[in-house]
Design a binder for this molecule. Structure first.
Ligand code: 2B7
Length: 641
């Protein structure tokens, strides 16, 4: 490593520049947990994507190196290396050591993708022990290195060539002083980079994991963009209109792309993005899309005599039942609002999306009358079902189970009345339910056994969902109703703990529950009230001593330690196939006892991923399931498939 430089006044300013990032990393990357760790990669990739959006980069590659460092490479113009007139140091150094180096290099409005407005590279640098940047430009390879955000070498030319190729390459090592954990998860990067490739059509993104042998690889490039995204989202579902509706439109400073297709499902799945950022909380682009959809479908239905007049008009819910749609807008000055800054606040986008969608969708329906008919029929069926369900609800309202105050018979409630101190275990199977009831802390822990598989709410309308015994039991036990009537303030337990076996069936039940909570009790997931219990995988006994381990790695470690210690003691190992194999004492000690258990809090992302995993792993179409199991055999192995 090069020797430290003497710093002039202006350079001290540079070093001061990144201090706040190390002091308050959460302010810049959201958290120092796994989400923040992966965010580092997205910040760097965002800069490559911007270069692609500017029209100069076609290929991006991301590699997880054996030492858990990350290499990102692109074939753009290469970061500028000329001396910055004000700072007196190379532009590439300014980019990596200054907090506000955005926009100055590519002219006004350069930054189009999300992220930290061009300060991404310096933030990543500040949070890495070491960073190495290479630029190919003017037939020269330039290189500079940094240490915890400080320049550790001067920019220098380390090679020359004649091909005229250009590009940027960055390698960074996330700082263990900052992050709780510095091990990257392949599937997390895979999901986001796949999404990025869908959102930027024609852009090629490669991902490789060099930590494993053979290396795991993906190549993402979608000429069809978000049209292929919709195809991907629906790959395991039965679709209504075989032709996916797709259009793109542009005007000064704004672009919009929409793709949609109806399925035979009952839920709606609209995913919206602004500047490649998933706008979870919606915003004006989504509002514009939805109002256009409702109006255009009703107008077409009226014009073609599917409905008589406005009295027969379908509601937004009716026209969105079974809909899969992706809405992606890009704009120069996005305003992100809402609790998680995931809501697009630019009001002018509404009219832009609404006008274009109406025009293009009308055109699509008129061009494809057969598909228009199956779509309208589907919406009309939804309308009739909703109407019938509403009438049925009105009749049964007073006697409705959901309104009664009596708790389900299978629930063993706790005596504590303060929800903040109470928790409920949702336990797979009656036998484990029995042990949990016996082993629990009766004051603060309630137990509700769930029998077998719960209903897949993806495939049923609300009225059928509400006729499921297991679901009714949960609704009454939680005390806060369901769907539009859900009231989080009435929640009777502030911890809802899913306790399932550590096998594929257990994962399936957990997934079904998460899908239900996410679809029908959204604030429950958003508020962080849902947890997964972690039952042990092994019990190890040696003499009078007993250990429980919760992963294969932990088990291997323990066995190695025990081997090192005593030679002649016999070791008994029991592998738990399910919760049912534990007696009530063991269940308490390992999984329920406040002092010894581990609970994993479920995030909104977990719940969203549940839907995807679920349709792939357990869906009704066989080939994707087989493919999933083959591809994930290594991960599923310890789930005892
Ligand atoms: C706002 C800053 C971050 N930048 C440029 C030009 C190209 C370019 C970049 C990049 C990630 C790691 C490999 C513009 C923009 C800086 O100014 S950043 N390519 N790739 C990147 O960071 N990849 C640029 C105008 C003329 N020539 C080059």
């Amino acid at each position: 490593m090069a020797q430290k430089q003497e710093y002039g006044a202006s350079q001290i300013e540079v070093l001061e520049g990144l201090k706040p990032v190390r002091l308050r990393p959460g302010m810049y990357i959201g958290s120092t947990g796994p989400a923040g760790l992966h965010h580092l990669v997205y910040e760097i990739v965002d800069n490559s994507v911007d270069e692609a959006l500017a029209g100069f980069c076609k290929n991006i590659s991301v590699s997880i190196e054996p030492d858990n460092s990350i290499i990102v490479q692109d074939d753009g113009r290469g970061m500028p290396v000329d001396i910055h007139p004000k700072m007196g140091i190379p532009a590439v150094e300014v980019i990596h050591t200054q907090l506000h180096a955005g926009g100055k290099f590519g002219g006004g409005g350069y930054k189009v993708s999300g992220g930290l407005h061009g300060v991404g590279a310096s933030v990543v640098n500040a949070l890495s022990t070491h960073m190495r940047v290479q630029v190919r430009r003017d037939n020269k390879i330039y290189e500079q290195e940094y240490f915890r955000g400080e320049r550790s070498t001067e920019l220098k030319v380390i090679g020359e060539y004649k091909t005229g190729k250009t590009g940027s390459k960055t390698q960074f090592w996330p700082d263990p002083e900052i992050f709780d954990e510095t091990v990257y998860d392949y599937t997390t990067l895979q999901r986001r980079l796949r999404e990025m490739a869908f959102l930027n059509k024609g852009l090629s993104i490669d991902l490789v994991d060099r930590r494993v042998s053979p290396q795991t690889k993906d190549h993402f490039c979608f000429e069809g963009g978000i049209k292929e995204f919709v195809e991907y989202l629906n790959h395991n579902k039965d679709v209504i209109n075989p032709t996916i509706f797709y259009y793109e439109a542009e005007k000064e400073g704004y672009s919009v792309e929409v793709a949609l297709q109806y399925t035979d499902r009952y839920s709606e799945n609209i995913i919206s993005f602004a500047n490649n950022i998933h706008t979870n909380e919606g915003g004006f682009h989504e509002v514009g899309f939805k109002s256009s959809l409702t109006r255009t479908i009703n107008d077409y239905a009226k014009k073609n005599k599917f409905i008589k007049d406005n009295d027969d008009a379908m509601t937004g819910d009716d026209v969105r039942e079974g809909l899969t749609a992706v809405v992606s807008v890009k704009l120069t000055n996005p305003q992100f609002e809402g609790q998680t800054k995931a809501k697009l606040g630019n009001a002018e986008v509404k009219g832009f999306v609404e006008t274009n969608t109406s025009e293009q969708l009308t055109y699509f329906l008129e061009e494809n009358p057969k598909q228009a008919k199956v779509i309208i029929d589907k919406c009309l069926r939804a309308q009739r079902a909703r109407e019938a369900a509403r009438k049925a609800r009105e009749i049964t309202r007073k006697t409705s189970v959901l309104e009664t105050t009596s708790l389900p018979g299978k629930l063993a409630d706790c005596s504590e009345k303060d929800p903040a101190l109470s928790e409920i275990f949702l336990v797979e199977g009656d036998s484990a339910g029995g042990s949990a009831k016996q082993g629990r802390d009766r004051k603060r822990q309630a137990v509700l056994p769930l029998r077998g598989k719960i209903l897949n709410v993806e495939k049923a309308r609300l009225d059928r969902v509400l006729s499921s015994e297991e679901i009714k039991n949960m609704i009454t036990a939680f005390g806060c109703n369901v769907g539009k009537d859900f009231d989080i303030d009435k929640l009777r337990y502030h911890k809802i703990i899913i306790m399932t076996d550590a096998d594929v069936d257990g994962a399936h039940i957990r997934t079904l529950l998460l899908t239900f909570f996410y679809r029908y009790m959204t604030p429950l997931v958003e508020g962080g009230y849902v947890y997964a219990a972690q039952p042990p995988l092994f019990r190890v006994k040696q003499g009078k001593k007993i250990w429980y381990t919760y992963s294969d790695a932990e088990q291997d470690k323990l066995l190695a330690e025990l081997k090192g210690k005593s030679g002649n003691n016999k070791t008994e190992i029991q592998r738990y196939k399910g919760l049912g194999e534990m007696d009530f004492n063991q269940l308490w000690e390992t999984t329920m006892d406040y002092d010894h258990r581990t609970l994993v809090r479920i995030t909104v992302e977990d719940a969203q991923a549940a839907d995807e995993i679920f349709t792939t792993l357990m869906g009704d179409k066989v080939p994707p399931r087989k493919q999933f199991i083959e591809e994930n055999a290594r991960y599923v192995k310890n789930l005892d498939i």
